[in-house]
Design a protein around this ligand. Structure first.
Ligand code: PEP
Ligand code: MN
Length: 341
């Protein structure tokens, strides 16, 4: 059930609706919008009777939701959500660039990358301290020591830190040191982890699972939001297909598909989406042209020495040049959108 409030509804009207929801043993999620507030209801097994709400002051409509997800849906919030990450925004129409190494390896490697990322004008820095590796013998990340290096990057360069957590302890750590909790592709359906990050108040970057459908991705985001954390950014990072010329198949068609169904911002990861340095640029540009709110790109000062994902890492100069190109595509998209409206 979704309660749409009238544009002139006052706080007391919203409070009253939330109280009624609570009295039914359910949870109300208030999502203020540009023109009106909507309240999503979760926790019900069967349908909720609209008669509980439709005559309350300030209520415009009580609508039954037929889709399997509610809070991620554009039915709840017709306009796009803007997510604050540290001191910057994703989904506000700007081009969000999140760049940095796959893994935090040492201070010099991270600081060299951060210097280039900050100089390019990007506002977000990535780097994994907890790495999900296929082999248990591969480099697993530096853990808390790595997070401390990332926190130092924030202090010195003013970049907002996006970094992965793989378990509850990792979430606690990333909450302490970072600005945005990345949930990796392999954990997209780790439902207990999703619930756990849903209880934090840090924004979540949710990467699409290796073989996840759009509905599964949206339901994973719904897990986070149902716990009260509404700050979710979706990420297309490629899926497994029969194609073997690239590490994954970057599925850009999911961007307009997400736009049609959800208010959440979506970004593209052309690094994991292709696995090859020479493919990152073209797919980054294509991602922006397809309507992505931003990019997450792996950059390493010496890709040939990287402990993780070196083949797909851009050098700092390649990254700087690519960011300039993506800005031009982004501007062209804005001009086209203004001309069409
Ligand atoms: C990463 O961003 O470094 C990463 C491991 O990504 P994914 O979960 O998409 O594989
Ligand atoms: Mn990586």
């Amino acid at each position: 059930m979704l309660i749409v409030m009238r544009p002139d509804a006052v706080d007391a009207d919203i409070e009253r609706v939330l109280k009624v929801i609570e009295s039914l043993g359910l949870r109300g999620h208030e999502l203020p919008g540009q023109s009106r507030t909507a309240i999503g209801i979760t926790g019900n097994r069967g349908s909720v009777d609209p008669a509980n709400f439709e005559n309350l002051p300030g209520v415009a409509d009580a609508i039954r939701v037929t889709k399997p997800y509610k809070l991620v849906s554009s039915d709840l919030r017709p306009e796009k959500s803007v997510i604050k990450v540290g001191n910057a925004f994703i989904g506000d129409g700007s081009l969000a660039m999140i760049a940095g190494p796959c893994a935090v390896e040492n201070e010099k490697q991270v600081f060299d990358a951060a210097e280039a990322v900050a100089a390019s004008g990007a506002k977000f820095f990535r780097g994994g301290a907890y790495k999900p590796r296929t082999s248990p013998y591969a480099f697993q990340g530096k853990g808390e020591d790595g997070l401390k290096i990332l926190a130092e990057v924030r202090n010195q360069f003013g970049l907002n830190i996006v970094t992965e957590a793989m378990d509850e302890h990792g979430v606690d750590m990333v909450e302490k040191y970072g600005d945005c909790i990345q949930i990796g592709a392999r954990n997209m359906q780790n439902f207990s982890l999703l619930k756990y990050v849903g209880k934090t108040r840090k924004p979540v970057l949710l990467k699409r699972g290796l073989s996840a459908t759009l509905e599964e991705l949206l339901l994973a985001a719904e897990y986070v939001m149902a716990e009260g954390n509404y700050d979710v950014i979706l990420c297309e990072r490629g899926i497994r297909t029969f194609a073997n010329h690239a590490r994954n198949t970057l599925d850009l068609s999911i961007i307009p598909a997400i736009r049609r169904l959800s208010h959440l911002p979506v970004i593209v990861d052309p690094s994991h989406g292709t696995g090859h340095n020479y493919m990152v640029g073209p797919l980054a540009l294509a991602g922006i042209a397809a309507g992505s709110d931003g990019l997450i790109i792996e950059v390493h000062p010496q890709p040939e020495k990287a402990l993780c994902d070196g083949a797909q890492a851009l050098t700092t100069s390649q990254y700087t040049e690519l960011f300039e190109q993506t800005k031009r595509i982004h501007e062209a998209m804005n001009i086209a959108a203004t001309a069409a409206s």
